[in-house]
Design a protein around this ligand. Structure first.
Ligand SMILES: C[S@@+](CC[C@H](N)C(=O)[O-])C[C@H]1O[C@@H](n2cnc3c(N)ncnc32)[C@H](O)[C@@H]1O
Length: 318
């Protein structure tokens, strides 16, 4: 997964994107306000216990997209995907502060139908050779049947409950403009899950803020907004209220599947710090550019007490 040659060459570009963690201080502070390029399962392990205040993320969904060199989401069997994703959530539990929250945005998929990228086009022939060559589990007449909605978000959430996470909300993100997924014999899918998990019964939550932002109900209606080349980014307007209601100023917000950097942007504009992990270099660069532009926008628009002196300083508005 790691490409050693590239990591060396690209080290410390602009001091935001980092490709090699070997010179970073292991007390975690060097990770703050950086995007680290690499497999987040390895990178999370480099963070200290109880280090971050909030985690918001959207991992690759099973069998839907190919972003680049990642392996998560491309498993042979959907339940392997659940097992793999649970390895990440287990490690995330260690690095989340006791008062912290973890928002997991995750979508579902129908087995062997649209959205199941490896069954499309020239790969659509359903022969034994086809399943073997493309490493796809064959339908088995039970759970794995064509047209089956796989219930992967629920399976992951239940696995997380077994890991000791407490599920506080199953938020339905309703999209007025979903990616079309037409089928003549079922209703159109127009929502995704955002699970709100916590580590302990006493955690930080600002209900008044949630009410002010009209974010106190468990259904949120918000349009999708792909960013640049990243077709699976979630909208900043969906994420920012989560940051504001479940973290305090100057807190650290981690996104282990950073993509185009939406979580970082929502954190920066809310005066929070971010840490972003992303395995694909092109998205690290996209996120870096977006963050640099956003910092410029903030500096131009808001009166500042303190601007970014270095990447571990905070922007504080008056
Ligand atoms: C659904 S997208 C996240 C989009 C992001 N929320 C945004 O708003 O742009 C998932 C991202 O996870 C990245 N990814 C996949 N496997 C990864 C891994 N093991 N470690 C780090 N990033 C990974 C993919 O390259 C992709 O950009």
């Amino acid at each position: 997964m790691y490409k050693k040659k590239k990591r060396k060459k690209l080290l410390f570009k602009n001091n935001i994107v980092i490709y090699d963690t070997k010179n970073l201080n292991k007390n975690g502070i060097d990770f703050v306000n950086k995007i680290i390029c690499g497999d987040s399962l390895k990178l999370i392990k480099e963070l200290p216990d109880n280090f971050v205040n909030l985690i918001i993320t959207s991992p690759p969904y099973f069998g839907c997209r190919i972003y680049g060199n990642e392996t998560l989401g491309r498993e042979e069997h959907p339940l392997e995907y659940v097992t793999n994703l649970l390895k990440y959530s287990n490690e995330l539990k260690r690095v989340l502060n006791k008062e912290g929250s973890f928002y997991l945005n995750i979508g579902d998929v129908y087995f062997g139908t649209k959205g199941f990228v490896r069954n499309k086009g020239k790969y659509a022939r359903k022969t034994d050779k086809h399943y073997k060559e493309h490493k796809i589990a064959k339908p088995n007449g039970k759970y794995l049947q064509y047209k089956q909605l796989l219930m992967l978000p629920e399976r992951v959430a239940m696995g997380m409950q077994e890991q000791g996470w407490i599920l506080r909300n199953k938020i339905i993100w309703e999209k007025p403009n979903p990616v079309p997924s037409y089928s003549p014999d079922r209703r159109y899918p127009v929502y995704e899950h955002i699970f709100h998990f916590v580590k302990s019964r006493k955690y930080y939550f600002d209900l008044n803020m949630a009410k002010q932002l009209n974010y106190h109900r468990d259904i949120i209606r918000c349009g999708i907004e792909p960013f640049g080349e990243h077709q699976a980014s979630y909208p900043e307007s969906l994420i920012k209220p989560l940051v504001l209601t479940t973290s305090k100023e100057n807190d650290i917000v981690l996104d282990p599947f950073m993509g185009s950097g939406t979580t970082a942007i929502a954190s920066i504009v809310s005066n929070r710090n971010y840490i972003g992990f992303e395995i694909n270099e092109k998205f690290c660069n996209l996120a870096e550019e977006r963050i640099l532009n956003s910092k410029k926008t903030i500096e131009n628009q808001l009166p500042l007490k303190e601007t970014y002196q270095s990447d571990i300083h905070f922007i504080t508005t008056r």
